[in-house]
Design a binder for this molecule. Structure first.
Ligand SMILES: Cc1ncc(COP(=O)(O)O)c(C=O)c1O
Length: 435
């Protein structure tokens, strides 16, 4: 079989491996703090979708949904819901669903409900924020995007830059390690930098950049930071303040909820921005960023999904946010152990090339197999009862930099809190079988 390994070598001059020694990612912090244990047998019983017998290693593309979320959505549709703004009970119910979703997302990310803008998904919301911010920018202003990001946190900014004549600077990935070194921002930021767009975790290779270190540097020059936490959210505790994110984007279908996105910011920051909007629609924050009639029933599912995570350690007490702190620490520990087994076993296989290095990351990896195209590998895995994505996962810039796109990208495996050690064994056996 001819090899299909990616090119190696760093795109970041001087990216020293030793730099990583003292670095602890948010994920690592999640793994080492807090009490509580995940009872995976109990957790699996909550997910009707697991009864199909497949190993669902496709979570980074969208997770399974617990029964509680299904029930919340259908319950919301069983009772009358009108639109918002009326003086009758079914309109009040719609209002409650909106505020319930805002509170839940605020708890998930350590924000406040008044700063939660809901919308169809991260991509559309990022475009909306980019358009609103662009009204304040002039030709010659600068933005910094990263080669690690999903295209949803790259293209909207590049397209605005193109329209306005902004200068675009790129934060590069060390393609051997998969790391996005934060020190390079010292050279990328200037007093004309208006925005830094960066991911909290790569949906392709799991890398968790040191977002707090990046935001600190960005704020020193007065730039805003838009953090894409779509992939990070089901794996690590998000904390708007600790990350220093001005905007933080999440998508509920990545954390066991329905297809709804959210961007969270300080309400005061939203106050400074104006989207294009209809005249009769509310001018209030955050409502003015939410055009049209929202999917109220799905909002019930958003709140139920956050409740699902908050209840993962049934013995934990306190507010929902406090229970989330305990739960996400337990999730981090559990997923970390499972992922170590998977990662270690795959790296021993001579016919495999795992992209990046195994320092702390979300439980997500991408690999190529000698002599097989990723689509073929995914097909073989599907025949063996494994759901795994192939392609570039919209991490187009990263996979172009690594050099795997010409060969069809890579195969991605992502573990979630509902995956088991037995499933990891099955994954390892099936992949070994491709030899
Ligand atoms: C890291 C990351 N960012 C952004 C997105 C886009 O999210 P959405 O599908 O909500 O637009 C995804 C989806 O795969 C993602 O994984």
């Amino acid at each position: 079989m001819p090899p299909s390994c990616p090119a190696s070598g760093s795109r970041v001059p001087g990216a020293a491996r030793g730099d990583r020694r003292h670095r602890r990612t948010n994920y690592a912090r999640g793994m080492s703090s807090g009490a509580g244990r995940l009872d995976v047998a109990r957790v699996r019983g909550l997910f009707p979708g697991l009864s199909d017998g497949f190993v669902h290693a496709d979570g980074p593309g969208g997770t399974l949904v617990p029964e509680s979320v299904v029930r919340a959505v259908s319950q919301a549709m069983r009772v009358p819901i009108a639109n918002r703004g009326g003086v009758f009970p079914s309109s009040a119910r719609a209002e409650q669903l909106v505020s319930g979703a805002r509170s839940a997302v605020a708890d998930l990310v350590g924000g406040v409900p008044a700063g939660v803008v809901l919308g169809p998904n991260v991509t559309s919301l990022t475009y909306a924020v980019a358009r609103a911010l662009a009204k304040h920018w002039r030709a010659g202003d600068e933005i910094v995007v990263s080669r690690l990001d999903h295209d949803a946190n790259v293209r909207p900014w590049l397209q605005v830059a193109d329209r306005l004549g902004l200068v675009v600077r790129w934060a590069e990935v060390d393609i051997e390690t998969g790391e996005l070194p934060d020190w390079q921002y010292d050279e990328l930021l200037t007093n004309r930098t208006r925005l830094v767009a960066v991911t909290a975790a790569s949906n392709a290779i799991g890398t968790c950049p040191d977002v707090a270190a990046i935001t600190r540097r960005a704020h020193q020059v007065g730039a805003l930071v838009f953090v894409d936490a779509a992939h990070a959210a089901p794996h690590l505790l998000l904390d708007l303040e600790q990350l220093g994110a001005d905007f933080l984007a999440v998508s509920a279908y990545k954390w066991c909820g329905p297809h709804v996105g959210a961007v969270v910011a300080d309400p005061g920051l939203w106050e400074e921005l104006w989207p294009d909007k209809l005249l009769p629609a509310s001018d209030r924050v955050p409502d003015r960023f939410e055009p049209g009639t929202p999917p109220f029933e799905l909002y019930a599912g958003v709140a139920a999904a956050v409740d699902h995570f908050a209840a993962l350690c049934p013995e934990s007490t306190g507010t929902r946010r406090q229970r989330l702190v305990t739960a996400m620490a337990a999730v981090g520990r559990y997923e970390g152990e499972l992922f170590d087994r998977l990662d270690t076993a795959l790296r021993r296989m001579p016919h495999l090339h795992v992209l990046g290095e195994p320092w702390p990351r979300t439980p997500t990896l991408s690999f190529t197999v000698s002599g097989m195209r990723p689509r073929q590998v995914a097909g073989e895995l599907a025949r063996r009862g494994i759901c795994a994505w192939d392609g570039d996962f919209f991490a187009r810039e990263l996979f172009d930099a690594i050099g795997v796109n010409e060969a069809g990208g890579a195969v991605r495996l992502g573990l979630m809190h509902y995956n088991t050690a037995e499933e990891v064994e099955r994954l390892v056996e099936c992949i070994d079988d491709l030899r």
